[in-house]
Write a protein of this length. Structure first.
Length: 345
């Protein structure tokens, strides 16, 4: 059949309309995907960005100078906060590890070693405070880590952590140190704080007692023994008095014995002070008076009374440390250092 010119024109017009409708549908679909449920959320975006950063960092792992350069660049761009720049957010670069849920100790919920939290087992818990050593070591020395359990482990000090403690708890001149960096170990633990909540803790110690500390603090944790905080002395600018005033449990610090020129066992990383405010250092003087450190803890120098957090020979902390070969400062004669446990070199 022959078609008239008018019918051909109608067909062309119809085709144009169909093409226009198809274009509109395609644009609508694209907009729907961009604005609708198929688009990436902000959390997905940042997750992908974090994964990309981690991949880039791992690519530089074989080149120590590249790793240091990437970390230094991250530190330089990090915002200031209460901690050094390298301890906030993702500023630690490849050394930063994400927070995880409590705990990974293999314990069953309800057992003594499983922390009492409001979260269901395996669910995320509220953000935990940043630990200086944990942030700086990150996963950079994980291949040398020795684990007693997943959360109780020790490992060498990373280059970043060495820089952090240098000229604070560690001498600026390494030749003046009583112990080399290579003989020190970073120890990570969990503990119950005074509110009965599970908290992370960290110490730096000599390699010789690292396994002891992992085992001792695990048993304290398993028995829900209360320790207010366990932080590096560097967070107190290496000031032992400030650390004691804040009732901070600590270990390594290159310093002398109070009012003496002799190096403390802490300078070797072979001594630990536990809940020091409630267990002060008491020196008996010839005039019959006593010098108490910290001075504000004078009320706890009298050990005849009963009060919380007191370390004596019936205390679990005393029993565990002495079972591991430590001596207790509370058994000394001319002075009493109730917070102090030390081991021979």
């Amino acid at each position: 059949m022959n078609r008239s010119p008018s019918s051909g024109g109608n067909r062309n017009a119809l085709l144009k309309m169909l093409l226009a409708l198809a274009a509109i549908v395609a644009v609508s679909a694209s907009l729907s995907k961009l604005l609708g449920g198929d688009s990436r959320t902000l959390s997905e975006y940042f997750s992908e960005e974090a994964a990309s950063t981690e991949t880039s960092a791992s690519g530089a792992a074989g080149d120590p100078s590249a790793g240091n350069a990437s970390m230094e660049a991250a530190e330089a761009s990090a915002p200031p906060s209460g901690y050094p720049a390298e301890l906030t957010g993702s500023a630690a670069g490849e050394d930063q590890e994400p927070a995880s849920s409590y705990p990974e100790t293999g314990a069953e919920p309800g057992s003594p070693s499983y922390p009492e939290t409001d979260a269901e087992p395996g669910s995320p818990t509220e953000a935990r405070p940043v630990l200086a050593g944990h942030a700086l070591n990150g996963s950079s020395v994980e291949e040398a880590r020795i684990s007693y359990t997943a959360d109780f482990y020790y490992e060498p000090l990373s280059a970043s952590l060495r820089r952090y403690i240098r000229a604070v708890s560690y001498p600026a001149d390494e030749t003046e140190a009583a112990v080399s960096y290579g003989d020190l170990r970073y120890v990570h633990v969990l503990h119950y704080d005074f509110e009965g909540k599970v908290a992370e803790g960290e110490l730096i110690c000599h390699e010789k007692i690292a396994q002891d500390l992992a085992e001792i603090f695990y048993e304290l944790y398993r028995n829900e023994y209360r320790i207010e905080k366990i932080r590096l002395i560097d967070e107190y600018d290496g000031d032992d008095r400030a650390s004691m005033e804040d009732n901070n449990t600590s270990c390594f610090n290159h310093r002398t014995v109070e009012n003496s020129s002799n190096l403390s066992r802490h300078a070797y990383g072979l001594a630990v002070d536990v809940n020091p405010f409630y267990n002060p250092y008491v020196v008996y003087q010839t005039d019959g008076n006593a010098r108490i450190s910290p001075a504000s803890a004078a009320a706890y120098a009298d050990r005849s009374g009963s009060f919380p957090y007191k370390i004596d020979e019936s205390d679990l902390c005393y029993r565990l440390f002495t079972e591991h070969g430590f001596t207790w400062g509370g058994s000394w004669n001319s002075s009493k250092d109730y917070q102090h446990f030390q081991k021979a070199p």
